[in-house]
Design a protein around this ligand. Sequence first.
Ligand code: ARG
Length: 565
Amino acid sequence: MESFKEEIAKKLALKTGRGWEELVKTIEVPPQPEFGDFAFPCHGLAKVMKKNPAVIAAELAAAITVVDGIKKVQAAAGYVNFWVDRSRASREVLKNIFGEGASYGSSKVGEGKTIAIDYSSPNIAKHFGVGHLRSTAIGHSLYRIYRKLGYKTVGINHLGDWGTQFGQLIAAFKKWGSEEKLSEVPITHLFELYVRFNKEAKENPALAEEGRSWFKKLENGDAETRKLWQHFKDLSLKEFERIYRALGISFDYYWGESFYNDKIERVIKLLEEKKLSRLSEGALVVDLSAYDMPPLLLRKKDEATLYSTRDLAAAILRWEQFQFDRSLYVVNVAQDLHFKQLFKTLELAGFDWSSRMVHVSFGWVKFGDAVMSTREGNIVFLKEVLEKGIELAEKTIREKNPDLKDLEKTARMIAEGAIMFADLSTRRHKDITFRWEEVLNFEGETGPYLQYTHARLASLLRKYGKPVKGEVNFDLLSSERVWPAARQLGNFPSTLLAAAEAYEPSFIATHLLDLAKAFNAFYQTERILTDDAAATDARILLCSCVKTVLKEGLYLLGIESPEEM
Ligand code: ARG
C-alpha cells in the first residue's frame, strides 16, 4: 500500500506546492474502508493558507485527476479521501506477502542505528509481579519491532539488586532467617523477611541502623556479606529465568544496579567538576529547583549511593558502549519524576545525547480493584497468574476440541498469549484491569481470539492440501468483501513504523484485531474451498497471507501461534 500512498502524496504535492515526503507523513488511513483507503487532512494547510479546510479539500479533490492506481477522490469534512484500485492493490499486497513471508514489513530504516532498551528489570528477593511483566511484554515487543525495522537492538535487564534494602534483608536473615525455608520457598521467605523488617523497623529505629551498616559492609566488598547477597540473587535469578524461559524472553545484558558499584565515583566526580552537585543536610544532591523538580540524590548522609546515582552511571555506560540512537526505559508511570530528574541532570552535565533518552512509561495493572504493589504486601504473583490461566485454557480446549494432541502445551501458549496480549493491547499509558474471563475469551478482543483465527486458517490450509499458489486470478479478489482484509494486510508495514515511532506495541495489537475481524467477516459469508478451482486458489492465497501476517504480528508481540487449538 506504500506505493499508493506515495502516488497520492505526489499528486497532492503537484497541487499544493509542498514536498511529497512531507505530505506522505500526514496521510491517514480511515478506520472504515467506506471512507476510502487514504485520507489527507487539510487542517495543516488551512492554517498556512488561512482558508477553510473544507474549501481546500473540495478544491484539491476537484483538481486531482483519477488515473493509475487511484479510482476515486472525494472531499469530506476537511479531508480529501482516496479510493485505490482494489484489484491492483490486492495483487501487489498479496504478491508481496507471498514472496516475503515472515519478513514482510521489515525495512532498512534502522540500518546503522542502535536502540538500547531497558526492560523487565525486576527486583531480586521479591516475586516477579505483574507490573514487571508489563515492562517485560512492552520492552520485548519493542525489541522485536525495532529489529524488524533494521535497527541493532540491545536488551538490558537493569536488575534491582543493590541498595539499602539488601542491607536490611541481610540483617533480617541474620536475625530471623531459616536455611530450610530458604531452600524450600526462597523468594517467599526472603519477601517475608523484608516485610517483617520494615514493620519492626517502624517501632525500632536501631534496626534500620543495623540494616544501613550491613549495606555499608556490602558496598565495601566484605566477603561474607557479599556471599550471602550473591546467594539471594542467585535464588531470585532462578525464578526470573524460569519465567523468561516460559515466555521466550531473553536479554543481551544482565547489568543490574550492583554492576555499577565501582562506576559511581567517576560520575560523582564528574558532576562535582561541572559544579552541579552540592551538599544539603549532609547529603550530596543535584539541585533541580530551577526546573520545578526536587533535587536528585547522589549520596545519602551515610555515604550510601542510590537508585538515581546508579542510573546516571548506567546511562553513561550505555552511551559509551553503544552510541545509541535512542535509549529506552520501559518503566511504570510511578517513576516519571525519577526519569525527568535523570535526563535533566545528564543534560545539565553537557551530554547532548541525553535528548535521545526516552522514558517509555506505562500504567498500572489491576486485578479487580487491587493495584499491584510490593510495598503493600498486596501482590499478585505472575507464577500464580500463569498457573490459573493454563488451567482455564485447558478447560476451554476440552470443551471446544477434546481430541487436541498437545493439549497441555497449547493451553500454555494460550494462557501466555492471553496475558501478553492483555498487557500490550491497551495503549501503554493507560491502566489495565485484568480479568481472566475477558482475556481468555476466544471471541473477544484477545490474544486467544487471534491465535484461534490463526489456527483456523492453518486447518483450512491443511484441508486445501496443496502448496499455495502465488499467481492467481486477482480479479476474483477485488470484491467488497475481500477488500477490508487485503487493505489491512497492506497497511501492516506502516503500522510497524508507527508503533516504533510511538513506542506503542498496542498499534500492532489493534491492527491484528482489525485484520482478524475483517477476515472473519469474509470467512463467514464466503466459502473458501469450493469446486471452482480458480476461486479457491485465489481465496486460499488470501488466507495464507492473513495467516502469515497474524503469525508475524503475534510474534512481534511476543506471542506464539499454535497451528491447532
Ligand atoms: N527495578 C526497578 C523497579 O522495579 C526498575 C528499574 C528500571 N530501570 C532503570 N534503569 N531504572 O522499580
